[in-house]
Design a binder for this molecule. Structure first.
Ligand code: FES
Length: 573
């Protein structure tokens, strides 16, 4: 069998004459001044996701320069190319609506252009998942580089960072504890530099998860965006990409069930974002690997939260980096990890941990015997309100509310919520359960991070800091509270959530992993017959594709036609 074409000969444009196609390709690229010698080297693609709309990727020029240096030092030819960039605050209706589009862009441009390996540079919440999903489907050697976290700022001598503190200060403003002048002042300090959110939000979670998957060079998760360490990681990443290309180490050798098990373990131990489970499910789905939510929940009972970062703890990403980053965490988790999982270095996770050596005294990563929280950060709930499952970030919830029964106060959708939540006429008490419908994958659409329902203003003024909230949406990884998310199936496709009414009783028992609507099956069936749900549709374009093919949260909110056609395994195994 002849060897698959490599380098510039890969993926020739179809003119019906392969020799002519290569001749033409070389003629055009020589227009940019390349020599034959340069064009004969392993070609390493680099995704350029820099954008004026994306300050989380604001160090892209420096990172690309360093990656190129690493590639050239290792004898490769760097070729950067643009793909979609998605920032959380600059994406309407929500960044999640665009994640799958970015994954398709990444997959198809990696597939269409000649490259022997690809360096994926992402950072802001949806970009790393989108890139890993796309690269998983493209199937070539790939390595992830994250942009790194932003620095923290200071407000009246208090250390602040996006975006747990954004929410905390906004909560104080809503409760009229601080005035308009102070909220404007703190707005200047929350994001002190380019880079991703400085707490254990979704971006930091996905950075740690990418390293746990074996998709970054060791130590790649934690250096802040504007540091020399981050630039060195970029250079190493470029050099390693050339090695990956030489060895032909394709992404399927890295993204195995063992790698996903390690990623789930780390997700639980870092008190990671609830979004992490949706993204991991989607990435695994591209490899034909099913994430077993019940299995993950069992892992949670033996995996304490060790990383003391906001919103579950106290510190910020730059502190995690100074404490040794992922090497320190993995050392603590060693007895629970699949050490045989291969990484992009060509060595196993266990071998990399040996190479990292022994640790040092630090206060950000706790030992297994003295955790921040005794169980994993995330718990999977089931019950008649969520037959397909729901998620709660128990490490960021109020312990007093985790066993709770209350009266439902229902909002039909985001507009209904916005119209009534601050009304003094709203009939709500601190022990009620706020229910928000129609913010799921199809409902909003795009499953926005609106599950962090604000405390009704009249309760906030009275000093209420937390209340049980239930929705089919997501919440930011930087948010906190007793918040049940990802209720599946969602209201917009006729899940039981669609039929909850004001005054119904809802029971949350995190101990029993239960979210129950205390209404009989017969009554729910009667309500469903009375008010049948009509699924949302669109007449054209991406929105039509989205509404016709998006899956529920338990399938990663990926498009059904993008998942691998066959299941090859599950994680945990
Ligand atoms: Fe980009 Fe938080 S908004 S990481």
């Amino acid at each position: 069998m002849s060897e698959a074409p490599k380098r510039l000969k890969k993926g020739l444009t179809n003119y019906g004459d392969q020799g002519f196609s290569l001749f033409l390709r070389k003629a055009f690229i020589k227009g940019a001044g390349y020599t034959d010698d340069a064009l004969d080297r392993p070609v390493i693609g680099i995704t350029n996701t820099g954008s004026s709309y994306n300050p989380c990727h604001g160090n892209m020029p420096q990172l690309i320069e360093a990656v190129k240096r690493g590639i050239m030092l290792a004898g490769g030819l760097p070729m950067d190319f643009p793909t979609i960039s998605v920032h959380e605050s600059f994406s309407a209706p929500t960044s999640m609506y665009l994640r799958n589009l970015m994954s398709m862009d990444t997959e198809e441009m990696v597939r269409a252009q000649p490259m022997d390996a690809v360096v994926l540079i992402g950072g802001c919440d949806k970009t790393v998942p989108a890139q890993l999903m796309g690269a998983a489907s493209a199937g070539i050697p790939a390595i992830q580089l994250v942009t790194g976290s932003m620095l923290t700022g200071s407000h009246r001598s208090e250390r602040v960072g996006a975006c747990t503190d954004c929410r905390r200060y906004w909560g104080k403003f809503r409760a009229e504890e601080i005035d308009a002048e102070e909220i404007a002042e703190v707005n200047n300090q929350l994001v002190a530099s380019v880079g991703t959110c400085s707490v254990m939000g979704t971006a930091s979670t996905m950075a740690c998860v990418a390293e746990a998957l074996g998709m970054t060079v060791p130590g790649g998760a934690s250096p802040p965006a504007v540091t020399a360490d981050r630039i060195r990681i970029a250079e190493q990443t470029g050099a390693q990409a050339v090695e990956l290309a030489r060895q032909g180490l394709t992404i399927d050798k890295i993204l195995t069930p063992a790698a996903f098990e390690n990623a789930l373990r780390v997700l639980l131990a870092i008190g990671g974002s609830t979004n992490g489970i949706v993204h991991l499910t989607a990435i695994a789905g591209r490899m034909g690997i099913d994430i077993d939510l019940a299995g993950m929940d069992r892992m949670g009972t033996e995996t304490p939260v060790l990383v003391d970062l906001k919103p579950s703890g106290q510190h910020y990403m730059e502190d995690f980096h100074k404490a040794g980053g992922m090497a320190t965490l993995l050392r603590e988790l060693k007895p629970l990890l699949r050490l045989e999982a291969l990484t992009v270095t060509g060595r196993t996770l266990g071998e990399e941990m040996e190479r990292a050596g022994s640790g040092f005294a630090q206060e950000v990563v706790r030992p297994l015997g003295n955790p921040i929280y005794p169980q994993g950060g995330l718990a999977v709930l089931r019950g008649n309100l969520a037959p397909g499952g729901a998620i709660i970030k128990q490490s960021a919830a109020d312990p007093k509310l985790m066993e709770h029964e209350g009266r439902a106060v229902v909002f039909e959708n985001s507009a209904d919520l916005a119209g009534r939540i601050d009304s003094d006429a709203l009939d709500v008490k601190a022990d009620d359960v706020l229910v928000l419908k129609n913010i799921g994958p199809k409902g909003a659409p795009g499953m926005p991070e609106a599950g962090y329902i604000p405390i009704p203003r009249k309760l906030a003024r009275a000093g209420v800091k937390d209340i049980v909230r239930v929705s089919d949406g997501r919440m930011s990884g930087t948010a906190f509270g007793t918040i049940v998310l990802h209720v599946t199936p969602e209201a917009a496709v006729g899940g039981p959530l669609a039929h909850v009414r004001n005054g119904d009783r809802i029971r949350l028992s995190v101990k029993n992993r239960e979210i129950a609507l205390l209404v009989s099956d017969e009554e729910l069936a009667r309500r469903a017959a009375e008010n049948p749900v009509v699924e949302p549709t669109a007449e054209r374009g991406y929105r039509k594709l989205f509404l016709q093919t998006v899956t529920q949260a338990d399938k990663g909110v990926d498009f059904d036609f993008l998942r691998a056609p066959r299941s090859v395994g599950k994680a945990p195994e």
